[in-house]
Design a binder for this molecule. Structure first.
Ligand code: HEM
Length: 195
């Protein structure tokens, strides 16, 4: 299937850019509103629903790895995408623009890399792989030799390769995110006397 550049833009790059921009805009707007309405304390607690949404999104991973046997994988993937994006937004608003402690900020950076690597995987990788493959086929049809074809698609192939590595980051960085977050949550719960 040959896709036009227009569909590449509208189906993949635009949604990716919009989702990242919306995350940034939502965080800024949320933080601004909380400060404006004198509800900064609410932000402290937004970490809880945010974390719960991210935990809920993991049902998909359990289903994928056959730890649980029920649930439609396609709907669970949708849940994974929506819940992790929304949970990230809540945690970002929760983090706000306060800088007192390093640990939760490291957790936030790991979370950001995580959600972006997930979106790269979903929205950009499949299409880009297809794009490079189509280019290879076109060059072959024009009669270029194999080394010439590889030379012609070199930079696209390098970019694609980087994106594939990026996706591999998704699971290890999730572990870093989880450990750092647990450290932060544990210390806050101790401080609040909840433990
Ligand atoms: C059960 C979930 C969570 C609770 C109850 C919680 C609670 C809190 C509280 C009370 C603060 C304020 C600390 C202060 O005033 O100095 C805080 C700050 C913060 N939290 Fe959380 N949090 C949770 C989850 C998370 C997660 C999952 C992340 C990141 C991935 C995160 C990132 C941050 C950041 C970046 C700050 C600002 C730290 C600073 O002031 O330098 N939180 N959290």
């Amino acid at each position: 299937m040959i896709m036009s550049p227009r569909s590449l833009w509208s189906q993949h790059i635009l949604p990716f850019t919009l989702l990242v921009a919306l995350l940034a805009a939502g965080t800024l707007a949320g933080d601004y509103l909380l400060h404006r309405l004198d509800l900064v304390w609410v932000g402290r607690y937004l970490g809880i629903p945010g974390t719960l949404l991210i935990i809920a999104s993991l049902v998909y991973s359990l289903r994928k790895r056959k730890v649980i046997a029920t649930g439609n994988p396609k709907s669970l993937l949708r849940l994974h995408e929506v819940a992790s994006w929304l949970g990230t937004l809540l945690v970002l608003i929760h983090a706000g623009i306060h800088f007192n402690a390093l640990l939760p900020w490291l957790a936030t950076v790991a979370m950001g890399i995580n959600v972006i690597s997930g979106m790269v995987g979903k929205l950009l990788l499949g299409r880009s792989r297809q794009h490079v493959q189509e280019q290879r086929e076109q060059y072959q049809l024009r009669g270029l030799s194999r080394p010439e074809v590889e030379q012609a698609v070199f930079w696209d192939a390098v970019t694609l390769n980087t994106m594939t590595q990026w996706r591999k980051v998704h699971i290890p960085i999730f572990s870093v995110f989880a450990i750092l977050s647990l450290g932060h949550i544990f210390s806050i719960f101790l401080f609040w006397g909840w433990l």
